[in-house]
Write a protein that binds this ligand. Structure first.
Ligand SMILES: *Cc1c(COP(=O)(O)O)cnc(C)c1O
Length: 444
């Protein structure tokens, strides 16, 4: 298993993260446990900031909070000077409750409800990233009722789609998101937004995909968005103050993954902006990006306890842990690959190839197919690396399994940032109608 950030093997042969021995973390917090390397999160945030500072452009780095949204994470994003993307009332509530400055919050999504829009306006968030014509009219109507103006970016689809290694340049992008540049929808949206009196049209937004390992997709997107901005200026005399180029910067999950340094992605974007936006308006636009995965992904490790195993001679050996698709649905959803190690026997040599199963009633509940490990015994600790993004965020209570706790580790200290769910949490929202109550006995 690749050791990210502060992860190392200590003298006892145990995995240590942020100066904390994971065997001790298990004793304190139990398993499964999400362990987040706080310094690595902060380092990633600073890499973005420093790369933008080096470009000389005005910028915002907005953390896409959907990757891992908790109160403590919002505090770190604020302390590191990031802005914040939210996509629902729940993410907005989390940010506001953490005291995140509302003017640095951007509201995304293809189906914002009127209630969510009202809530965001009450909080005085920085802007909405508008996705479709119905939303533009809804924003106008609500803002007008309130006698307010709302800041808006228009999400456009530039006809560049990134699928990790390859880019597909499509004539008309088949996506539920945004206004298409190539078929003329995007310019129609600019015309509409510019005429709606309660909208302040700040700029454009584009997001081309996720877990991207090369710069050419971003370069293509910048070029196309700039070309669009130029024709908008020529045809409608509308200028944009802000261009948001989205997220999607890749990280290393396994050996085959070859991400670039943060500074390289940022340089490709800022160089492209300087080249292609020159002369469209009096000034170059302010550049925003929205990294999610690349801020928190490699900072996360999930710690499990090994339970049972099943050896099918000549076929495969299954080793089951006390979590699974409930805390990490990505292998089941996307066939995502992960690396693992026996965290309490990190010095032992690998002896066999096994497959790591979860405990859910689903054959597809597998975390890793074919990983080399020392022979796992019941009670050993299994660490899976790179689980900081879209793991806790996508966790479920399938099989009524309780969601794990999350701890931040740093300089030898650990802090609980999400408590493990209790059994009472599991039934906490259930209601028994009177007619179903068990006669003569109180259900405990
Ligand atoms: C998901 C998403 C992001 C973050 O993507 P990552 O791959 O986690 O960096 C940024 N912007 C938008 C609009 C998104 O939907």
């Amino acid at each position: 298993m690749y050791l990210h950030g502060s992860s190392k093997i200590n003298a006892a042969g145990h995995l240590e993260i942020g100066g904390c021995d994971v065997v001790e973390l298990k004793q304190t917090y139990g398993t499964p446990l999400y362990i987040m390397d706080e310094e690595l999160i902060r380092r990633r945030a600073r890499e973005y900031r420093q790369a933008f500072e080096a470009s000389g452009l005005t910028f915002q780095v907005a953390y896409a909070s959907k990757a891992f949204s908790t109160l403590a994470m919002c505090r770190i994003a604020d302390e590191e000077g990031m802005s914040l993307d939210v996509v629902s009332d729940g993410e907005l509530y989390t940010a506001l409750k953490a005291g995140f400055p509302a003017h640095r919050i951007h509201f995304h999504g293809n189906n914002k409800t009127p209630d969510e829009i009202e809530m965001a306006l009450d909080a005085k968030i920085g802007c909405f990233v508008a996705d479709n014509f119905i939303e533009l009219q809804m924003l106008q109507a609500i803002a007008s009722d309130r006698g307010e103006k709302v800041n808006v970016l228009l999400r456009v689809t530039p006809g560049v789609e990134a699928h990790t290694h390859e880019y597909i340049s499509t004539g008309q992008t088949d996506s539920k998101f945004g206004f298409d540049i190539q078929n003329g929808t995007a310019i129609e949206a600019v015309r509409t937004a510019a005429q709606l009196p309660n909208l302040e049209l700040l700029g454009l937004h584009s997001h081309i995909g996720s877990q991207i390992f090369e710069t050419d997709g971003f370069e293509m997107a910048v070029e196309r968005v700039a070309g669009f901005a130029r024709s908008v200026k020529e045809q409608l005399n509308v200028e944009f103050k802000v261009v948001n180029l989205g997220g999607g910067f890749g990280i290393r999950y396994t050996e085959g993954d070859t991400p670039l340094a943060v500074a390289e992605y940022v340089k490709a974007i800022t160089d492209g902006v300087k080249k292609h936006f020159e002369g469209i308006a009096a000034q170059l636009p302010e550049i925003w990006v929205e990294p999610g995965r690349s801020i928190v992904g490699d900072a996360g490790t999930t710690l499990y306890t090994v339970g049972t195993s099943k050896d099918i001679p000549g076929v495969r050996k299954y080793v089951a842990v006390d979590g699974g698709m409930t805390d990490n649905p990505r292998p089941a959803l996307y066939e995502s690959k992960y690396e693992a190690m026996l965290a309490n026997r990190a010095g032992d040599a690998n002896e066999e190839t096994v497959s790591i199963a979860g405990k859910c009633c689903e054959s597809g509940d597998m975390l890793i197919w074919d990983v080399e490990l020392p022979k796992p015994n019941t009670g050993d600790l299994l660490a899976v690396a790179c689980t900081g993004a879209y793991n806790y965020a996508m966790a479920s209570n399938y099989n009524r399994i309780r969601r794990p706790a999350v701890v931040f580790v740093k300089n030898g200290a650990s802090d609980l940032v999400v408590r493990r769910e209790s059994l009472d949490n599991i039934t906490g929202n259930d209601v028994i109608p009177a007619r179903l109550e068990k006669q003569g006995a109180q259900v405990k």
